[in-house]
Design a binder for this molecule. Structure first.
Ligand code: SF4
Length: 177
């Protein structure tokens, strides 16, 4: 028993080491995104997540944006509970027949200017579930999509890069004569 206790004190943990805190590239990306949102909207970006039928893999990556490592809210970007407060709808999964109306109503409730981002391969065209009797198809089969972010699932960094590209394009279109 004493041997086990002693080993427990000196043995390193079996779990993976956590990534280094304060990822500079991530911070730069999020700061650029917040700046682009302020240029376009005059304030920070508000995001509403919509699960239209995913396996939850994409949600896990999306939720990571709010965890202690990514901590997106420190840059002013936040997830909101209602589409009425949202600028961007981040939609995951193939759209199932059961979720079709909910997605349409969420889109209708979001005030303009609004953007729809389809997150993950399933959101592009149904992905793995495309042939299912319960699936309508990708997000663009139900509501207009401004950006597709591919991956199964895409990483939080890829989601941020996609959002930044979207807002930079919106700013460029606004400046164009
Ligand atoms: S893209 Fe992959 S992780 Fe995302 S909902 Fe589809 S199967 Fe799941």
């Amino acid at each position: 028993m004493r041997k086990h206790l002693f080993e427990g004190l000196i043995r390193p943990p079996f779990t993976e080491r956590s990534p280094a805190a304060g990822d500079a590239a991530m911070a730069e990306l999020a700061t650029s995104l917040d700046r682009a949102a302020r240029q376009r909207l005059g304030r920070s970006l508000s995001i509403r997540a919509v699960d239209a039928g995913s396996c939850n893999g994409c949600e896990l990556e999306m939720h990571a944006l709010n965890n202690a490592f990514y901590d997106l809210e420190r840059f002013g970007i936040r997830f909101v509970a209602s589409p009425r407060h949202a600028d961007v709808l981040l939609v995951t999964g193939p759209v199932t027949k059961n979720m079709r109306e909910a997605l349409e109503r969420t889109y209708a409730a979001t005030p303009a200017p609004k953007w729809v981002v389809a997150v993950g391969d399933c959101a592009v065209d149904g992905g793995l579930f495309a042939a299912s009797y319960a699936v309508v198809g990708g997000v663009s089969a139900v509501v207009p999509v401004d950006l597709h972010i591919r991956g199964c699932p895409p990483s939080p960094t890829e989601m941020l890069k996609g959002l930044l590209a979207l807002l930079e394009q919106a700013n460029a279109e606004r400046r164009a004569p």
